[in-house]
Design a protein. Structure first.
Length: 365
């Protein structure tokens, strides 16, 4: 499989404390930020190739339902793809099938992190069940999409909904010592840490292949108090990722999202329970294939100048609660496209109105 992936990275306010018996790490100054998005963009060659082949052949690409549209900014036309139907021309409802894959990680020191016990509250969360939002009583991601395109969706039956998810058997992963470790977070709780390359290059393809999933389904890989790191022991913890994988023929494309159910003793409140997954689901809706490019933007110091349509990145950590669950604010397409006024609800540029204007121009990534 060929992959494109994008991730939510948080630099921990204090360094991780290794589990007993491990070598202590020196203190590291850090800040909340996202990782350099450019390192993921290079891996999307297979995804872009699949779209190029689709345009040159009569067979249809098998994947989740999506639409294509464009916007113009600074005299340049930008193509983007999103899940669902184009709200500018359709008031229809899109139902996307999805499957939750619980992950059980067994680390070399014997500690086990199993997501099975959190499946029930996950399925009951506003990610899958209707809840009261400013854009209607609906699921979280649909509420974001409706508010994002409110000029077109207000008063219509436009929806992008996830079906009630099916749940697979728990996937058991034995993590080699070279690819993972356990530690104590600065909040006092135990966490598992896995090397990102091991997760993306080995675990994700193995799970998708073993389950024989339809490419029309969103695969949600779900863990418990587990983070990723580019290099084990560094200060930056990756709390979620989403990506797309194609077959060699470029005729099928699977999309997936990963995050952990985090407890309050392992991370900031904004990222507990389904907080990190809400970030990834919203970004999957707005850029399911990791292929959308926008005019360069930045939110310093966390996010240097980049050109990715990652709606959660500019407002990471800005959260709200609904039915007892943590959910993240999301930036709207109008913010990235520099549209004035915004087509979002109330002329907003994010769901909560965190931004009141588009970002300034920055030098390209």
């Amino acid at each position: 499989m060929r992959a494109a992936l994008l991730g939510l990275c948080i630099a921990l306010p204090l360094p991780l404390l290794p589990a007993r018996g491990a070598e202590p790490s020196p203190p590291v100054d850090s800040q909340v930020r996202f990782s350099s998005p450019g390192r993921h963009r290079a891996s999307s060659v297979g995804v872009q190739g699949a779209f190029a082949r689709r345009r040159s052949r009569s067979d249809r690409l098998r994947t989740v339902p999506y639409f294509e549209d464009t916007f113009v900014s600074g005299g340049q036309t930008y193509l983007y793809r999103m899940v669902g139907q184009n709200p500018k021309v359709s008031a229809g409802r899109t139902m996307v099938r999805d499957v939750i894959v619980p992950l059980r990680f067994v680390f070399a020191d014997g500690q086990v992190f199993d997501a099975s016990s959190t499946i029930r509250p996950l399925r009951r969360s506003p990610l899958f069940r209707p809840a009261p939002f400013t854009s209607g009583v609906t699921q979280y991601a649909d509420a974001i999409q409706r508010a994002e395109f409110w000029t077109y969706t207000q008063g219509t039956n436009y929806h992008v909904l996830l079906r009630r998810p099916t749940v697979t058997a728990t996937a058991v992963v034995h993590v080699p010592a070279a690819d993972g470790m356990t530690a104590t977070s600065q909040f006092g709780g135990a966490i598992g840490v896995i090397r990102e390359a091991f997760f993306v290059q080995q675990i994700v393809p193995a799970v998708l292949t073993r389950l024989h999933l339809s490419p029309a389904k969103l695969a949600i890989l779900w863990s418990y108090n587990v983070d990723l790191q580019e290099q084990l022991g560094e200060a930056t913890a990756i709390l979620g990722e989403h990506g797309a994988d194609t077959n060699q023929a470029g005729t099928k494309m699977w999309t997936w999202a990963w995050a952990s159910w985090h407890t309050g003793d392992t991370t900031q409140d904004a990222f507990t329970d389904v907080g990190a997954l809400s970030h990834e689901i919203a970004e999957w809706c707005n850029d399911p294939f990791g292929s959308n490019v926008v005019p360069p933007w930045e939110v310093l110091p966390e996010y240097p100048c980049n050109a990715l349509l990652e709606v959660g990145d500019p407002v990471v950590g800005v959260a709200f609660s609904e039915n007892g669950y943590h959910l993240q604010d999301e930036a709207f397409l109008s913010w990235f496209a520099r549209q004035v006024p915004s087509v979002g609800m109330g002329g907003r540029y994010t769901y909560l109105g965190t931004f009141t204007a588009p970002p300034p121009i920055c030098s390209g990534p």
